[in-house]
Design a protein around this ligand. Structure first.
Ligand code: G
Ligand code: G
Ligand code: MN
Ligand code: NA
Length: 253
């Protein structure tokens, strides 16, 4: 409960920040986008991981302001980067939790944010896991359809774990799937068959595929050959602060 109290003050006290992990095009190694990940620098306890504070936010009324902080900061950082380099061919993804998706405010908040920042919505991608969608599939379907109408893209996160019902791929307007690192790093002999099928199915559905947590150049090459579009892993780069991303983009573009 102390943490909840602390988290309540964290936004105003500027203890929360966003870091950005590169998402790389496997065909040529170029940066295609970044996943925005939240960080909390607690004044007494130091860095508290999102796996600890996101659930606290979700159980209280804090997930909505935290979620909007993430979305607004990621969008304004992207636009900031562009002010220094000119137009960039990169997108930013932001994670969405179920309490946010089920909130009646989300759609209006997103619309307001897009109007305020004047950011091209096609540059923003929201990541949702199956369990987020599963909590209330009907409501999720309505909200995601409306979000999609704004021009924002949607990614199904952690695919290949949990239930992974294939119905999610067609019942919801996802344009990207992110293969979970457990699937990507499966060491069974049938791994290639599985990856090949998932990737070709995604391709048939005109969805982009991101492989998470790729551990070797050999795996990156294999995934690229199988038609996987992007990779996101420490192999290509750890999450970076906004200023480091700025420098990186200036070198690359
Ligand atoms: O890299 P890291 O340990 O930060 O991320 C762990 C998990 O925390 C991510 O997979 C993601 O599910 C969650 N997470 C990180 N940032 C956010 C955020 O801004 N919003 C939500 N809802 N979840 C986040
Ligand atoms: O939202 P999601 O759970 O997909 O967030 C990605 C998580 O995976 C973050 O916690 C991020 O820090 C972590 N991550 C990113 N690259 C790697 C990697 O190469 N290996 C592992 N084990 N984790 C990674
Ligand atoms: Mn994610
Ligand atoms: Na994931």
């Amino acid at each position: 409960l102390q943490l909840e109290t602390d988290l309540r003050r964290a936004i105003d006290r500027k203890e929360l920040s966003m870091v950005y992990q590169p998402i790389v095009r496997l065909a040529d190694g170029e940066i295609a986008g970044f996943e925005a990940l939240m960080r909390w620098d607690h004044p007494k306890r130091g860095n508290i991981p999102p796996s600890e504070f996101i659930p606290i936010a979700e159980m209280s009324d804090l997930i909505e302001p935290l979620g909007m902080f993430a979305l607004e900061r990621a969008t304004s950082d992207l636009m900031d980067w562009e002010r220094h380099t000119g137009e960039l061919p990169v997108f930013v993804t932001v994670n969405l939790s179920s309490a946010q998706l089920l909130s009646s405010e989300l759609y209006n908040d997103v619309r307001a944010m897009l109007t305020k920042t004047q950011c091209d919505p096609h540059r923003i991608k929201l990541e949702l896991t199956e369990s987020v969608v599963m909590e209330n599939p009907e409501q999720a379907r309505l909200v995601l359809a409306k979000l999609k109408e704004t021009g924002i893209s949607l990614a199904l996160d952690d695919f290949g774990t949990g239930y992974s019902s294939l119905a999610y791929l067609t019942r919801f307007p996802f344009d990207t799937i992110k293969l979970d690192k457990a699937l990507v790093n499966d060491r069974s002999p049938k791994r290639s068959v599985l990856l090949k099928s998932v990737i070709s199915m995604a391709c048939g559905l005109e969805m982009k595929v991101v492989a998470e947590g790729i551990e070797s150049d050999a795996d990156a090459e294999e995934l690229g050959k199988l038609g996987c579009d992007f990779g996101q892993s420490y192999l290509f780069g750890a999450p970076l602060g906004a200023e480091s991303v700025q420098r990186l983009l200036k070198e690359r573009f």
